[in-house]
Design a protein around this ligand. Sequence first.
Ligand SMILES: [Zn+2]
Length: 190
Amino acid sequence: MTKPASPPPTRERERDRAFASAPATEATAEPPVESPWARAMELALEEADAAARDGDVPVGAVLVPPTLEVAGAIRGRNLREFAQDPTAHAEIVALRGAAELVRRWRLDGWTCVVTLEPCPMCAGALVNARVGRIVFGCRDPKAGAVRSLFEITSDPRLNHRLDVVEGVLAEPCAERLKRFFAERRREGKK
Ligand SMILES: [Zn+2]
């Protein structure tokens, strides 16, 4: 048997390519219009950076209250490695923080702003919490459950649906993930 010229692609390499080949919006000649959610997404990106510093995949989220005051947003970041908790995704951490604040499990009228398209667990949690809107940065073709693999937040069979906004600061959101996985591969080779 002959050796292959290069090692087979790892799951992470596939992830990299997936993020790279998933443009969030069609390219147009028009200058990009700044989304009203850009400020909240910047906070989510800060959380993503903090996650990466702890060795977690850089995903950050904020829950914006019904008043739409970004200053009152509840933050969350991916803590899966840090807490060794399979459910400690950014959205779940932010949901818990918001529910604790208002002392209600129902978060009607709140908006979840997250850097990466939510997975099935988080999309399900957003439906269960009756969150009003989901805003995300880049798509996750491997696990996304709002648009990519499933459409849990707009499934008419469920008892609650969310408004969906996607592609807000998609590039910086995807860039962080690509950089994180590239660095991790480099470290793995040392
Ligand atoms: Zn998740």
